[in-house]
Design a binder for this molecule. Structure first.
Ligand SMILES: NC(=O)c1ccc[n+]([C@@H]2O[C@H](COP(=O)([O-])OP(=O)(O)OC[C@H]3O[C@@H](n4cnc5c(N)ncnc54)[C@H](O)[C@@H]3O)[C@@H](O)[C@H]2O)c1
Length: 258
């Protein structure tokens, strides 16, 4: 068991990559605090855990709300006394041309992807500094590295996550705390499915056509399974990555190597 008895806090655990990560970390022996804004789907993640329910708590947290994030971190510290691994995974995507992009969608991207990442780190960092150990893992994206059609606003939020991660790694290196990001490519989750559906609708083409385009972006010619991203997150959580900080692990099926 690669993270046996490690205290892990994970946001966005109700779906996709977050759910796959929660299930993998449960198998690998972690003690987890799972959170998400979607309480029903979060409960389903909990129900899917086969071994390790007794090592898992879950709570509804909206990462846009600093007081809820602080409560999640403080609850973890009160219960377990430390955080070994913080996985900043909650995120949203909205696509569309810049000139027609609804202001509400723009605010949502900024609030969840950028501010939510910051709040989640902000309330945990003081404890990491006292502990002098730990690993923080953020979710960037292939969209942080390259442009994608109709994704200008999403790309900008994920580039922000990348910059935030690098800089935080410098701040926390003197405290023996590592900070790294993961950049998934096209990963088969409800997020990507909704992204493809919206693009198909906007462009007047079929879902399958847009899906095929995305599948061809990575040189492997297929979407990742969420479990293939979770294994990368697990690597960054363990001592196997002990000499990595400020780095970005690209799990993009070769998308950015071309
Ligand atoms: N799927 C992909 O192709 C892909 C590619 C690159 C990066 N990512 C990133 O990976 C992460 C996970 O994405 P996913 O594909 O699993 O998406 P998903 O939509 O399947 O899951 C995201 C989860 O975040 C939760 N969430 C949304 N807003 C929230 C909020 N305000 N507070 C708390 N939780 C909130 C959702 O309820 C959901 O459970 C995201 O940060 C995403 O940007 C995904």
């Amino acid at each position: 068991m690669r993270v046996k008895d490690k205290i892990v806090v994970l946001t966005g655990a109700a779906s996709g990559i977050g759910r796959a990560t929660a299930l993998l970390f449960a198998q690998e022996g972690a003690i987890q605090v799972l959170s998400d804004i979607d309480e029903d789907e979060l409960k389903k993640t909990y129900d899917l855990i086969e071994e390790g329910k007794d090592r898992t708590i879950f709570m509804k947290v909206d990462v846009r709300k600093p007081e809820e994030v602080r409560n999640m971190i403080e609850t973890t510290i009160e219960k377990y006394g430390r955080i070994d691994v913080l996985i900043v995974n909650a995120g949203v995507v909205r696509v569309g041309s810049v000139e027609n992009f609804p202001d509400d969608d723009y605010d949502l991207l900024i609030d969840v992807n950028i501010k939510g990442t910051h709040y989640t780190c902000k309330y945990a960092v003081p404890y990491f500094k006292i502990q002098k150990f730990g690993s923080i893992i953020t979710l960037a994206s292939v969209a942080a590295h390259i442009g994608q059609v109709a994704h200008a606003n999403y790309c900008s939020t994920k580039a922000a996550v990348l910059g935030y991660t690098r800089a935080l790694a410098l701040d926390l290196a003197p405290y023996n705390v590592r900070v790294n990001s993961v950049s998934p490519g096209a990963t088969d989750t409800p997020m990507l499915q909704s992204d493809v559906a919206k693009q198909a609708k906007d462009r007047g083409v079929s879902y399958e056509e847009v899906r095929k385009e995305f599948e061809q972006e990575g040189v492997l010619g297929r979407w990742a399974k969420p479990e293939e991203i979770a294994t990368g997150i697990l690597f960054l959580a363990t001592e196997e990555s002990s000499y990595m900080t400020g780095a970005d692990l690209r799990l993009d099926g070769g998308w950015t190597t071309q």
